[in-house]
Write a protein that binds this ligand. Structure first.
Ligand SMILES: C[S@@+](CC[C@H](N)C(=O)[O-])C[C@H]1O[C@@H](n2cnc3c(N)ncnc32)[C@H](O)[C@@H]1O
Length: 416
């Protein structure tokens, strides 16, 4: 008799249903970028904006799946002619084949592929890494803490990690459904029959059901059968609160340096009462983020960066030699699209976020070319008209920075 382990069950799922579903032919049309692991974010949050791309950079994508983070990072390093290497690791050979086909379609030669479990990293002899991506994986391990420690065993002392874990409150409704399906569509049933049963159950849920009342869970709609299976039929799946994430990190010797997008983790985003907003905003990062997640109630996933305790790894705008870099956006288009007096708006999974931008915002944004420093942007404003006082300019820049960085559109780097 063969006994399957939880890791075997997870492997079997992703061999049958690689997730997320990706078509390598799409590489000809678009590069999928995301969070974490966008190279601008990695530089900003983990290397204080001071990564030198002329030096070798090694990244591990642990549980790389069909390749989103791996392909994004490999392409971004190749675009910068960085002599770096991305190591892809996953249990599933079917997922790896998709990632390999995507890399081939792009002509990327900076990826090394491995099949195996991240739990075996301490004994794999694949060297140390400056950066490790692990998104949507640790919450599928029987012991996520052991997984986190295995990752940290191959992390350079000054390296950092980017992680995505499920969020407990935002997934409300998922776990009762998983329990119900475990009893009426157990793993012994054929995969297609389990999926069919899950579809029926969703269709006939009463209006009072928590899953039905949670409008922000759409993986089963956008991710096809693989998404549905991942959401409701997974053999091993748990969710985290912010304090639990802080503990997971600190048990492995890491400290969370940022949650993304930052604005979602600020109590003042959701709280219009000024007394409560001020009180909660004075808390340290993790407590503030925990307050915000309880208040918002809609954070389905948590993305965070963590580095070894003791390092301040986040780029700060106080240094005027910082270079503001827009993420995947055109400065002229953004500046031109801002109506005087109109707020910046975003839909944070149902929460309507609005931020009033400072009067100088369009003029400052128009100067963001990814090369000019904050000080140089100030000087170049003079060539365009009346030069404001430095203090006035800087206060407005900082205000703009907090808002655009808050929704992950603006990051910092330094000349190296
Ligand atoms: C939900 S998918 C996420 C894939 C990818 N990280 C992404 O975000 O697109 C989870 C992946 O983790 C892999 N995985 C799960 N447990 C693993 C383990 N112990 N070691 C390596 N990979 C694992 C699965 O095979 C699957 O491809």
């Amino acid at each position: 008799m063969t006994v399957s382990s939880p890791v075997d069950d997870v492997r079997a799922q992703y061999e049958a249903l690689p997730y997320p579903p990706r078509d390598p032919r799409e590489e000809a049309v678009r590069l999928i970028t995301g969070t974490p692991s966008h190279i601008l974010e990695v530089n900003h949050y983990l290397f204080a904006g001071r990564l030198n791309f002329n030096r070798p950079f090694r990244a591990l994508v642990a549980g790389g799946g069909t390749g989103d983070a791996c392909i994004m990072l490999a392409q971004q390093l190749a675009d910068r002619r960085c002599p770096g290497e991305i190591v892809y690791l996953d249990l599933s050979t079917a997922s790896r084949a998709i990632c390999e086909a995507r890399a081939k379609a792009r002509g990327l030669r900076n990826i090394v592929f491995h099949t195996g479990s991240l739990l075996d990293l301490p004994d794999m002899n694949i060297g140390q890494f400056d950066y490790i991506d692990c998104t949507g994986v640790l919450h599928h391990l029987p012991d996520p803490s052991a997984g986190m420690k295995a990752l940290v065993s191959v992390l350079q002392p000054d390296g950092g990690i980017g992680v995505m874990l499920y969020g407990q409150y935002g997934r409300s409704g998922v776990y009762p459904l998983q329990e119900m399906l475990r009893s009426i569509a157990p793993p012994s049933m054929a995969l297609e029959d389990r999926i069919a049963m899950a579809k029926r159950l969703i269709r006939f849920l009463p209006t009072t059901n928590l899953f039905r009342r949670n409008p922000y869970l759409n993986d089963h709609v956008t991710g096809g059968d693989a998404g549905l299976y991942d959401l409701l039929l997974h053999s091993c799946d748990r969710a985290y609160t912010v304090p639990e994430i802080a503990t997971l990190a600190s048990d492995a010797g890491l400290r969370v340096v940022a949650f993304l997008e930052p604005v979602r983790y600020e109590p003042s985003t959701y709280m219009s009462d000024p007394v409560i907003a001020r009180q909660a905003s004075s808390l340290p990062l993790v407590e503030r983020a925990a307050f915000a997640e309880r208040l918002a109630g809609n954070l389905r996933t948590h993305v965070f960066y963590a580095s070894r305790a003791g390092f301040d790894t986040v780029a700060r705008p106080e240094d005027t030699s910082a270079i503001p870099v827009l993420r995947d956006m055109d400065a002229a288009k953004l500046a031109g699209g801002l109506q005087p007096g109109a707020p910046l708006v975003a839909n944070l999974d149902g929460f309507p976020w609005r931020a009033q931008l400072p009067a100088l915002a369009p003029r400052i944004i128009a100067q963001f070319d990814g090369r000019r420093t904050v000080a140089e942007i100030y000087t170049s404003l003079g060539a365009q008209g009346a030069l404001p006082q430095w203090e006035d300019f800087y206060a407005q820049f900082e205000d703009l920075y907090v808002k655009l960085n808050g929704v992950n559109h603006l990051l910092l780097r330094f000349r190296t």
